[in-house]
Design a protein around this ligand. Structure first.
Ligand code: ZN
Length: 221
């Protein structure tokens, strides 16, 4: 579903359109990302709706425009999808280790509060498929940056010196809880993109990208 390093971009566009038709969203009005492993969040508003499809260099997008879709791309990095049903707000974020370190999940919760007055305790969050801790060994130069910033490394670092594994999904959960999202309203898919060959995986040597989509409801609850 991604356009990076593909031989046939037209085929990608056809697949995206087919998916949009099947899921039932308007691709021509969707918000799409060009991801940079950061924590920037772009918000869209029904008061100032944009006409057509928009592509942003960002790792998180949010909208309350009824029926508008937020699309992100993944291959081991996690999709994190947010819904504030009462206000008709949705958001999608992309989080690998860099984005998680930068706090993309934290920033998205904060952006939803600022832009739409979404209360963190009223958010439902889905952490989608991504690389699991068993499969995600990191160097100490990467690992040591997390406790310095977030503490509580027992929740997301495993193993001994020289063989440290990072549990990105667990770190995302910790960040969401720190922002006031209710633990029981955070769901994690628990599907490992490296181990399960139905997913594209950077570390699993299955090049390509799948996409994640969340669509703002047509009417607020
Ligand atoms: Zn795994």
């Amino acid at each position: 579903m991604g356009l990076t390093d593909v031989d046939d971009p037209e085929a990608v566009m056809r697949r995206r359109r087919l998916l949009a038709d099947q899921v039932g969203f308007d691709l021509d009005r969707a918000l799409l990302t060009v991801q940079e492993h950061g924590a920037n969040v772009v918000t869209f508003h029904r008061r100032q709706p944009e006409g057509g499809q928009c592509v942003f260099t960002t790792d998180a997008l949010a909208t309350d425009v009824p029926g508008q879709a937020v699309v992100t791309y993944h291959a081991d990095c996690f999709p994190v999808l947010f819904a504030d049903r009462a206000r008709g707000v949705v958001a999608g974020a992309h989080a690998g280790w860099r984005g998680a370190l930068a706090g993309v999940a934290t920033r998205t919760v904060q952006a939803l509060h600022l832009a739409y007055s979404s209360a963190p305790e009223e958010l439902d969050v889905l952490i989608g498929p991504g690389i699991c801790a068993r499969c995600y060994q990191v160097g100490s130069e990467v690992a040591e940056q997390f406790p310095a910033r977030y503490g509580r490394e027992d929740r997301y670092l495993q193993g001994e010196r020289g063989e440290i594994r990072l549990d990105i999904a667990a770190l995302l959960r910790l960040q969401l809880e720190d922002e006031g999202v209710q633990p029981e309203r955070i769901q994690a898919a628990g599907w490992c993109t490296k181990e399960e060959d139905r997913w594209f995986s950077h570390r699993g040597d299955r090049p390509g990208r799948f996409l994640s989509v969340v669509v703002a409801p047509l009417t607020s609850a």
